[in-house]
Design a protein around this ligand. Structure first.
Ligand code: TDO
Length: 191
């Protein structure tokens, strides 16, 4: 796997390195040892599948409130997504900034989202499926979010109509997040 640091400390783009032969290829998508060597969570508590029937489906921007912050490893197994993360970490020099990556079934890139970030994506094709591994179990009641179209964040989403849940439309802007939503002080490990 190739690990590329993103502009927000602790976030990584990970590219599988295919070993090809006449049958196709073999590639590793997770290795506890390699993840630990880069300061990433070396294990996951849950894996989730998100199927999105329509191009333009937008899910986000989501996180779990402390003490249930989640690291996530996100990849697209069918179709394509524009994947976005926002740094919520108090004390982080990049707090309130976002980065995006295009994850597709073809490129097989993965986005590693550290704890203390909000995460969301917009699908770029019909029938897009996202597979993501979670460092912490889902805790009903700990879920929180902020608006994908907060003008202060100014996330540059791909153009086009969106399909979005009422819940996601109900989230506040970043500056209006209740204090209990704030992530713990910055923790980025060795990354
Ligand atoms: C996230 C999650 C949801 N659920 C349930 C709650 C609800 O009934 C149904 C759908 O939940 P949601 O509407 O929150 O699903 P969704 O909008 O897809 O939420 C996900 O969005 C992406 C962007 C993320 O980053 C994820 O961490 C997660 O927050 O599934 C679980 O049982 N376990 C889970 O881990």
């Amino acid at each position: 796997m190739q690990f590329e640091r993103l502009a927000l400390a602790g976030a990584w783009l990970i590219r599988p390195e295919p070993i090809r032969d006449e049958r196709g290829f073999f590639a590793r998508s997770f290795c506890a040892e390699e993840f630990a060597a880069h300061g990433l969570k070396p294990g996951f508590a849950q894996c989730n599948i998100s199927f999105n029937a329509r191009k333009g489906t937008l899910r986000g921007m989501h996180f779990q409130r402390p003490p249930h912050e989640e690291a996530k490893l996100v990849r697209c197994t069918a179709g394509a997504i524009h994947d976005v993360i926002v740094d919520l970490r108090p004390g982080s020099p990049t707090r309130g900034q976002w980065v995006a990556a295009e994850l597709t079934a073809e490129n097989r890139h993965m986005l590693y989202v550290p704890e203390g970030f909000a995460h969301g994506f917009k699908t770029l094709a019909d029938a897009t499926e996202v597979f993501y591994q979670m460092g912490t179990a889902f805790v009903p009641g700990a879920g929180a979010g902020l608006r994908h179209d907060d003008p202060a964040l100014a996330i540059d989403w791909p153009p086009g109509d969106i399909v979005i849940s009422d819940k996601d439309l109900s989230y506040p802007d970043f500056d209006s997040l209740p204090p209990e939503s704030l992530a713990a002080p910055m923790r980025t490990g060795a990354g």
